[in-house]
Design a protein around this ligand. Structure first.
Ligand code: SF4
Length: 379
């Protein structure tokens, strides 16, 4: 273990949770509001209708493009408006409960909300880019057998402001403002942390619209990936509403194995899932995540079946060596079995990189996130 506390990350978290319309410390936070929402808030303060649109756009830029944490610094807003905003609202970030930095530079923060809910946020730096792995729910209801988060069950959905609050918090911790600065550190977002994003779709959509807004966080849709275990009816909506990249947690090449590993398969099976993928807006390659479990889904026949399944899709397969966690029932495939599986996929014409495990020493790698003892109740 090489777990170190990172003062930079830990020191920046102030008590209080950003959330759309969510009352925090007595005042609602504006984080999570889009420009229209901000205009409505300004109306509550009595800002004249003719001014509201302009003032809302100014506020939007301050919050999401410049990372303002107080109204006081919003120098192009009139002083009396700044005072009125400070009296009624706040711009706080999630509270940092713990943080760790891996040998490979990966950082993980445990963030807390007022109701006791906690999520983990992971930042993965790589040459030329930095990826933030966001959580969309506290826990997850889907019960994938190899996933540590699944042991928590679902506590609750995150609000749009809580999802955005993770991004704002990380940018504070990484000193990554303004959002459009050259060489920025947060360039990519993946919704692959805790939770199934398509089971909290409204909040995810609102948060990502702000992330994509040119005068907001200004991220490119090609650099945002939403990962689903297979909530089939929402896949088309995601493509239509946001046009971001799609990743699918596949993990098995036949329904019997997938029913066991990814139980949502019993509701929407592999055929239904792949049909939704075929209809995802053209021109975007879909990433299929495949965690390799010794003797369960890493046999040569699994690889050959996978090649046949994905033959007519613009697909890439990310092979993920299983990251064991305390109490997990599976073993990682041996290096030789991983190599053989990869060779068979490549022989079948599929790009199949083996994802280098990041942050394994701080339990921040794929499938390892959990922030509470096991619990099975769905909220
Ligand atoms: S793998 Fe993803 S969808 Fe499955 S239980 Fe874990 S967090 Fe939920």
């Amino acid at each position: 273990m090489d777990e170190r506390r990172t003062d930079a990350g830990c020191a920046t978290g102030a008590p209080g949770t950003g959330a759309d319309g969510h009352v925090q410390g007595g005042r609602p936070s504006l984080i999570g509001e889009d420009a229209e929402g901000l205009a409505r808030r300004l109306a509550e303060l009595g800002v004249a209708a003719r001014e509201r649109g302009m003032r809302a756009r100014q506020l939007f830029r301050w919050i999401y493009a410049r990372g303002a944490r107080s109204f006081e610094i919003m120098s192009d807003l009139p002083k009396d408006l700044r005072d009125a905003l400070a009296e009624r609202f706040e711009l706080s970030r999630p509270q940092v409960l713990a943080c760790a930095q891996s040998r490979d530079g990966t950082r993980k923060w445990l963030l807390g909300y007022e109701d006791g809910a906690r999520v983990e946020l992971v930042y993965i730096p790589e040459p030329g880019r930095g990826t933030l792995c966001l959580s969309s729910q506290v826990g997850c209801p889907l019960g994938c057998r190899f996933c540590r988060t699944a042991t928590m069950g679902l506590w609750r959905n995150l609000r749009a402001g809580e999802i955005l609050g993770q991004i704002l918090f990380a940018k504070d911790a990484l000193d990554d403002w303004p959002a459009d600065r050259p060489g920025r550190q947060v360039t990519n977002l993946v919704l692959m942390g805790m939770g199934e994003p398509l089971l909290n779709y409204e909040a995810v959509r609102q948060a990502l619209r702000v992330a994509l807004a040119r005068d907001g966080l200004g991220l490119s849709r090609r650099r945002i990936t939403v990962s689903t275990a297979g909530v089939v009816p929402r896949i088309a909506e995601l493509g239509r509403d946001l046009g971001v990249r799609l990743a699918v947690s596949l993990h098995a090449a036949d329904d019997a194995t997938r029913d066991r590993l990814v139980p949502i398969n019993r509701k929407w099976n592999i055929a239904a899932l792949l049909e939704a993928c075929r209809n995802y807006p053209a021109g975007r390659r879909i990433t299929f995540e495949y965690v390799l479990l010794h003797g369960v889904n890493d046999r040569p026949e699994d690889a050959r079946r996978l090649v046949r399944l994905l033959a007519d899709l613009p697909a890439k397969v990310n092979l993920i060596p299983f990251n064991p966690w305390p109490g997990s029932e599976y073993r990682p495939s041996s290096a030789e079995r991983v190599r053989r599986f990869r060779r068979l996929l490549e022989a079948g014409g599929l790009e199949a990189p083996v994802r280098e495990p990041r942050g394994r020493d701080i339990l921040a790698a794929c499938g390892q996130l959990a922030s509470a003892p096991p619990r099975t109740r769905a909220a």
